[in-house]
Design a protein around this ligand. Structure first.
Ligand SMILES: NC(=O)c1ccc[n+]([C@@H]2O[C@H](COP(=O)([O-])OP(=O)(O)OC[C@H]3O[C@@H](n4cnc5c(N)ncnc54)[C@H](O)[C@@H]3O)[C@@H](O)[C@H]2O)c1
Length: 332
């Protein structure tokens, strides 16, 4: 059992799957918050969470909100439930940290952002890759001007196929998987201004398994996100390469290494995590993000990744689908 720190912010987690447990741990590791309760509609999951975390459990979120005085919640339920739970939390005056994708449609993401703004509470979305060693360092190197101005970038990602309930939506790869990479393109290279998607061959109405998303980026850069689902794959594998006017960067697998080369490609420097102080576990990125979200609430700042970033992800995903259907780029 983990000891909850005594602190000012009273928090709860909704959805106690693997990701909800990471949220709970992130809260327990935050000096500014205490984990008051968790909620899961599945009694087995609720029981396991109560044993592992040593906090009260509820099976219904509304009951939790009525019974406890909560300042902030994190949402780690299946994607299609984010919107209703977030709106309930916001209407109870809670700040919300929501798993990606913020919602499953642009319209729902807009409702969430508008509701949080109207109620004066913060909304964050878990684009956790921004907290991975590789992408964090890439951002620092880019900000320091090590490779000059970005001219083009490519992300290649392969993952297990989406679960059946997610895969019911044929183009789920856009919202479920590459929503992360759309965010990374924006985070590292600049705002995406237009997109054009091509899908690999697939039967009408069946899951799209391969996609290339071409992006025009503000300030004249271009990007491509190449993604696929592969049966039997055991975890997500990805790589990002960024070319600039003065050199290039390559990021391997979120938490592994960053290689920076200048205009002489044979001379490069590889930066790896310090294994004494930084784990390379992907899961750390979620916990780190939760701690950072809590710190932003305690300090009265905007969350590190905002609801608007989550909404932008949905706008770009929907534009990608439209671009495929119309066979031309769509401005976003
Ligand atoms: N950021 C990342 O890298 C990352 C990685 C994997 C998953 N995710 C996202 O995290 C979320 C959760 O993923 P997971 O793998 O833990 O899912 P999961 O399905 O294993 O767990 C979800 C839990 O929510 C519970 N639940 C369902 N409806 C509920 C309700 N109305 N009230 C309370 N609990 C309810 C389920 O019983 C289940 O225990 C999803 O949105 C997923 O897309 C993010």
């Amino acid at each position: 059992m983990i000891e909850a720190e005594s602190a000012q912010l009273r928090m709860a987690v909704v959805g106690c799957g693997p990701i909800g447990h990471l949220h709970a741990r992130g809260i327990l590791e935050s000096p500014g918050a205490s984990l008051v309760a968790v909620c899961d509609s599945d009694p087995r999951r609720a029981h396991e969470a109560s044993k592992a975390l040593g906090v009260k459990t509820y099976s219904r979120f509304q009951e939790l909100l009525r019974a406890e005085s909560i300042d902030a919640v994190t949402i780690a339920t299946p994607d299609d439930l984010h919107v209703d739970l977030a709106l309930e939390a916001v209407s109870a005056g809670c700040h919300v940290f929501c798993e990606k994708p913020l919602a499953t449609t642009r319209a729902d993401a807009e409702r969430m952002v508008e509701a949080a703004s109207a109620r004066g509470v913060r909304l964050g979305v878990d684009y956790n890759r921004r907290f991975g060693f590789g992408y964090r360092h890439a951002r620092t190197l880019l900000d320091a001007g090590r490779v000059g101005a970005v001219t083009h970038a490519v992300i290649h990602v392969v993952d297990r196929p989406a679960r059946p309930e997610v895969a019911r939506v044929p183009h789920a790869i856009l919202t479920s998987l590459i929503t992360h990479h759309i965010d990374l393109m924006r985070f590292l290279c600049g705002e995406i201004v237009s997109v054009h998607a091509s899908f690999g061959q697939h039967e009408r109405g069946s899951l799209v398994r391969d996609v290339v998303l071409s992006c025009q980026i503000a300030r004249g850069a271009v990007g491509a996100i190449v993604a696929g689902y592969r049966d039997g794959f055991v975890r997500t594998s990805e790589r990002m390469e960024i070319e600039g006017t003065a050199g290039s960067l390559a990021v391997v697998d979120v938490t592994r290494e960053v290689t920076v080369a200048l205009l002489e490609p044979d001379r490069f420097e590889t930066i790896r995590p310090n294994s004494f102080v930084e784990g390379d576990a992907f899961h750390e990125t979620v916990r780190t993000h939760v701690r950072s979200f809590v710190a932003s609430l305690v300090e009265g700042r905007e969350p590190p990744v905002t609801g608007l970033d989550g909404l932008r992800g949905m706008i770009i995903a929907e534009a990608a689908l439209e671009s495929y259907q119309r066979g031309r780029p769509i401005e976003v």
